[in-house]
Design a protein around this ligand. Structure first.
Ligand SMILES: *Cc1c(COP(=O)(O)O)cnc(C)c1O
Length: 411
């Protein structure tokens, strides 16, 4: 960073501080990960300065010879990795990818059936604060009260009653697998498009450790920075029939220029995802989640849906008398970074946030395995139980830091 140190010591110092924060804390944020250094190099590369509009071979600026090659590499690797008929690697984020999907085949005002936000859905699935809800007429399905699993019967009933043009399968906080085949049958029966948003789970899908939505869906989007480990961006996969519509919905529909440095990082992660090392991390992510869930359940925590089948563990703290926001702060004070989250039951109590969402992707990426999960569960539990005791919290933070330092992110 010698140039940055000279030009802007303030920003350089903050980057240094952030590096040490990451090395010395445990990242349990389900929506984060540690990217390989090669991803950082691609992201920080000269391609950041290239302006592109359009697609390889059909650009609106000259000088795109290598940018074209990069994008073509990302396209061919991504298609192969996910066995997709068509891919668009230009979306800046998951939300821009989702917007492009909606606008590719729908008209403003069309009806979309998606997962209810307090039950696990995402802002871009029609939250009232999101522009998506101002453009389309969203209705929502929920999880079953008892099992906290998606209620596919309710999905069918709503689909038959409201005849949506599109059904969205995908969630931000849902620790279970989604039955895309069931969703596809329902979508077909009401002539709706099926769109899977696999933002959180793309890395697990790429490694083939959980089922892929791609064979069953018209559209699939994902973000490259969660389990996928590839830096911040979005991607769309679709059936060949919709390829042209998707491409023009991304550019010029929803975006102008795309970021070639980010497309380069996407190309890199699509290559790395085929290597055993990536597959091992994803396998470890899954087994660490099950272990963490089991340990917390043994300590008396109530897990939403009773467990996990992906990288997420959603803990309902209400029964223990803790509040999600307070828990997030207490955990942060000891170097355990996670986020407060609504749990399905909160849907009936507006404003309540009773949960904490834990993810095992980042700790698995830095090499933690089964041995570390009981320790992490113990640290979480002791911090929450002793949240008023400064001395105990101090000791826990030293333990958490010692554990983190044993597994350097960037050794
Ligand atoms: C994280 C997430 C997104 C990501 O959107 P960004 O615009 O990249 O923040 C989209 N959909 C779902 C379901 C997500 O969980």
């Amino acid at each position: 960073m010698q140039h940055l140190l000279k030009d802007d010591p303030d920003v350089a110092a903050l980057i240094k501080k952030e590096e040490s924060r990451i090395e010395n804390t445990l990242d349990l944020i389900a929506a984060e990960n540690h990217s390989p250094r090669s991803i950082m190099e691609a992201l920080g590369s000269i391609f950041n300065t290239k302006t592109i509009e359009g697609y390889p071979g059909k650009r609106f600026h000259a000088g795109c010879v290598y940018a074209d090659e990069i994008e073509e590499l990302a396209i061919s690797r991504g298609k192969e990795l996910f066995d997709a008929e068509h891919i668009n690697v230009q979306p800046h984020s998951g939300t821009s990818a989702n917007l492009a999907v909606y606008f590719s085949v729908l008209n403003v005002g069309d009806r979309i059936l998606s997962m209810s936000l307090p039950h696990g859905g995402h802002l871009s699935h029609g939250h009232r604060a999101s522009i998506t809800s101002r453009c389309f007429d969203f209705i929502h399905y929920s999880v079953d009260r008892e099992t906290e699993l998606i209620d596919y019967e309710e999905v069918r009933t709503l689909a038959e009653q409201y005849r949506p043009k599109m059904i969205v399968a995908g969630a931000s906080s849902y620790p279970r697998l989604i039955d895309y085949e069931k969703m596809a049958v329902i979508a077909k029966d009401v002539s709706a498009y099926l769109f899977a948003d696999m933002a959180h789970i793309a890395g697990l899908v790429a490694a083939k450790v959980i089922p892929s939505p791609v064979p069953h869906c018209d559209f699939v989007t994902f973000t490259t920075y969660k389990t996928m480990m590839g830096g911040r961006g979005g991607v769309i996969l679709c059936k060949q029939d919709y390829g042209k519509k998707i491409d023009s919905a991304v550019f010029p529909g929803c975006q102008g220029t795309s970021a070639v440095n980010v497309i380069a990082a996407k190309a890199v992660i699509f290559k790395l995802a085929r290597a055993q090392h990536f597959v091992d991390i994803q396998k470890q992510t899954l087994s660490n989640a099950v272990l963490l869930a089991t340990e917390l359940a043994h300590k008396g925590y109530r897990l939403v849906s009773g467990g996990t089948e992906n990288h997420q563990v959603l803990v309902d703290l209400a029964a223990k008398g803790f509040d999600g926001s307070a828990a997030e702060q207490t955990l942060e004070s000891v170097g355990i970074i996670a986020n407060r989250n609504v749990v399905p039951r909160d849907a009936e109590h507006p404003g309540a946030v009773s949960g904490i969402r834990l993810g095992t992707a980042a700790i698995s990426a830095r090499g933690m395995s089964g041995q570390e999960m009981p320790r992490i569960a113990h640290l979480i539990d002791s911090a929450l139980v002793n949240s008023g005791n400064k001395e105990v919290l101090k000791q826990i933070s030293l333990d958490a830091e010692a554990l983190a330092r044993k597994f350097p992110v960037y050794a």
